[in-house]
Write a protein that binds this ligand. Structure first.
Ligand code: ADP
Ligand code: MG
Ligand code: ZN
Length: 485
């Protein structure tokens, strides 16, 4: 029997606010960077009598994400208590949303093809993070800096069938959240965490099979490996005549295996009920529209527009839209280059090629390094006018990157201007021809491939400053003259 895998994803994204979800304690990029238990107050430590207050900015970010995910944002949503006991949960319950979440019924496109595959979004809601536990030298320690940090939970429909689709979904979602400023996308710091729900069903059937849920997948690699592993594991269980037990699994990074954490019998009963200390959350249409009006152009739409308007390759569009900063750089360069006749594709080639190489090599961000869009366009303008060669342009680019100097000044300082003056070039060509009578004879004998060798000699003698196309033309002229004389 052939089985089809069915996968639904739950994603927790830290919301990029300055303060926590229900109190005024600061949220820093990585709460673990601060001394433990320094970002705490009676609310997030759950001291008796402390009352939570909803962070308006977290709600606005949640609404922005929900709108970008094509969800219906509900005029009224309700915070709820999710009760369970664990040392990282000071109140003994998490304030989340349950029966009445912030938003429902959206979708995410897996690719830029607007008519292509989409995955339904079941719900988007707000909740709070737990504290962090540390186990070292026989001690169990709790750091409450992360307790109460806002999280956005995004739950998909069980509509994916392969690890590739799961990766496409996670990638598109991460990119969207980064564009919205909702999340930094920093997986290594745990800013985005995934849980995968997986079941199998006989091919051609529609009823859902029994699922397992893999918790705490914190990298794209772990996510895809775990999904692949779990699909295979379930296939093997079913092929051997066994049944899948509904259980929660962990992912063993080292062994690359899932392992049981708890079974259905040991599943939590969270005893959800509406949070009595927080009134219903109202997001009226006016506020929704206000947020909708501030949404930036989203990455999928942006790439589509570039391909249509600028005629760049989709491969380059993907690289250039990767972050809002790169996208802004590229668009600024395109606007400046319009006057110079440089095509957007040429700009794309230089940015994704040489500039990205320099950024990677020196671990720099595009918006804080020295090669501004203006300097890049000036440099490529020199190349376009054949004042410098492509090779020289690469040298100049690296020099701008390190010094921030103007391209023209660097060209002069390093003496990189091309010898396009025909007289100077002719002098060099005559020298090369008279120094190599043997090769001249070969050429006249019909071995025309030797022309390329002559171009190399001219380039060498000019120390790379000759314009190779022009050198090629002039060499051919002079050699042909010798043939006819
Ligand atoms: P819970 O909160 O207990 O994990 P949910 O109903 O919220 O349960 O579902 C969580 C995720 O599991 C969703 O992404 C959903 O699409 C997915 N899911 C539910 N049932 C199945 C199933 N049988 N197979 C695969 N995924 C499923
Ligand atoms: Mg779940
Ligand atoms: Zn606090």
């Amino acid at each position: 029997m052939n089985y089809e895998a069915v996968i639904g994803l739950e994603v927790h994204a830290q919301v990029h606010t300055r303060t926590k979800m229900y109190c005024g304690c600061p949220v820093v990029e990585d709460t673990g960077d601060l001394p433990p238990n320094t970002c705490v107050c009676p609310v997030c430590l759950a001291l008796p009598g402390a009352l939570p207050v909803v962070n308006r900015h977290a709600v606005a970010y949640g609404v922005a994400a929900a709108l970008a995910l094509n969800c219906t944002v509900h005029a009224t949503s309700i915070f709820a208590r999710k009760s369970y006991f664990y040392p990282d949960l000071p109140k003994g319950y998490q304030i989340s949303q349950y029966a009445h979440p912030l938003a429902t019924d959206g979708y995410l496109l897996l690719s830029d093809d607007l008519t292509g595959e989409r995955v339904g979004i079941t719900r988007v809601h707000l909740e709070e993070d737990t504290a962090k536990l540390y186990h070292r030298e026989g001690q169990d320690l709790v750091d409450f800096n992360r307790a109460g940090v806002p999280l956005l939970e995004i739950v998909s429909e069980p509509e994916m069938h392969t690890a590739e689709q799961v990766l496409a979904y996670a990638t598109a979602l991460r990119e969207l959240l980064i564009y919205l400023g909702v999340n930094t996308g920093d997986l290594e710091k745990g800013m985005l965490r995934f849980e995968a729900n997986i079941s199998l069903r006989p091919e051609g059937t529609t009823a859902l099979g029994t699922r397992t849920e893999i918790k705490n997948l914190n990298s794209f690699r772990a996510l895809t490996r775990a999904v692949e592993y779990e699909i295979t594991r379930q296939q093997e269980v079913l092929a051997a005549g066994g049944r899948i037990a509904q259980e929660t699994l962990g992912w063993d990074e080292g062994r690359e295996q899932t392992y049981p954490q708890r079974s259905k019998e040991h599943a939590h009963d969270y005893r959800y009920f509406p949070e009595p200390d927080i009134p219903p959350l109202h997001v009226d249409l006016a506020w929704q529209q206000e947020i909708a009006a501030t949404l930036p152009e989203l990455p999928q739409a942006r790439r589509q527009r570039w391909i249509a308007e600028y005629g760049i390759r989709s491969y380059d569009a993907a690289l250039l839209a990767a972050t809002p900063a790169i996208a802004a750089y590229f668009e600024a360069a395109v606007a400046l280059a319009e006057a110079t006749g440089l095509s957007p594709q040429e700009l794309a080639n230089w940015i994704t090629g040489e500039l990205f190489r320099l950024l990677n090599e020196h671990d720099q961000a595009i918006d804080t390094q020295r090669v501004t869009p203006r300097l890049l366009c000036e440099l490529l303008g020199l190349c376009q006018q054949k004042i410098i060669s492509v090779t020289a342009a690469k040298t100049v680019l690296a020099e701008i990157f390190h010094t921030g100097d103007a391209p023209q000044a660097i060209v002069e300082r390093l003496g990189l201007a091309q010898l396009s003056d025909a007289d100077a070039l002719t002098t060099i060509i005559m020298e090369v021809l008279s120094a190599n009578p043997q090769q001249v004879a070969q050429y006249l004998d019909g071995k025309e491939a030797v022309l390329g060798w002559f171009v190399g000699q001219v380039m060498g003698r000019s120390r790379g400053k000759a314009n190779p196309t022009q050198a090629h033309q002039l060499l051919q002229q002079h050699l042909e003259q010798r043939r006819s004389s």
